[in-house]
Design a binder for this molecule. Structure first.
Ligand SMILES: CC(C)(COP(=O)(O)OP(=O)(O)OC[C@H]1O[C@@H](n2cnc3c(N)ncnc32)[C@H](O)[C@@H]1OP(=O)(O)O)[C@@H](O)C(=O)NCCC(=O)NCCS
Length: 136
């Protein structure tokens, strides 16, 4: 069996901002978040300039394959779909909880994958519901 390249946790640098945006907006990841909207490269630049210090990335061969962060004490986490189920989410979640031990997680009731990750890592979370559509 071929060996996978090592995974390392890093602080976020400006060159990671766009890979983070692409992971966050990937259709199979976007569904896991409450906010389903899109945002531009410029939006991301501004957001990350304000919050990069409370984010981490997981790197494989120098490229981000996942990220996690805490904003307003709320944990957010995401893995590149091509790299899921390799332990990247668990590695990032353990590190983010080590850095931010008081952070909380809110997970959508239908996001069973994320719930399983937090359960596996022993990190408590609360379940939230998607808001009902305002129009039929
Ligand atoms: C949730 C997410 C971050 C997990 O990332 P990942 O790198 O695939 O997670 P890991 O490989 O570290 O999984 C660790 C454990 O979590 C559980 N798990 C992770 N994804 C799962 C899934 N889709 N279904 C069931 N269990 C899952 C498993 O117990 C797994 O351990 P195992 O593979 O030994 O059984 C990833 O699926 C993702 O980016 N989802 C979209 C974004 C999202 O919903 N973020 C959360 C918003 S709060």
């Amino acid at each position: 069996m071929s060996q996978q390249p090592p995974l390392t946790i890093s602080n976020v640098k400006p060159e990671h901002y766009e890979p983070i945006r692409r992971m966050r907006l990937h259709p199979s990841n976007r569904a896991g978040f409450l906010d389903q909207g899109s945002f531009s490269e410029a939006d991301q630049q501004l957001y990350m300039e304000a919050h990069a210090a409370s984010y981490i990335v997981c790197l494989s061969e120098g490229e981000p394959v996942g990220y996690a962060g805490v904003v307003e004490n709320d944990i957010r986490i995401c893995t590149n779909p091509e790299f899921k189920k390799r332990g990247i989410g668990a590695k990032m979640l353990r590190e983010i909880v080590r850095r931010f031990p008081d952070a909380k997680a809110k997970i959508l009731r239908d996001n069973v994958g994320s719930q399983a990750l937090f359960e596996r890592c022993g990190v408590p979370f609360i379940l939230i519901d998607r808001p009902s559509p305002s129009r039929p």
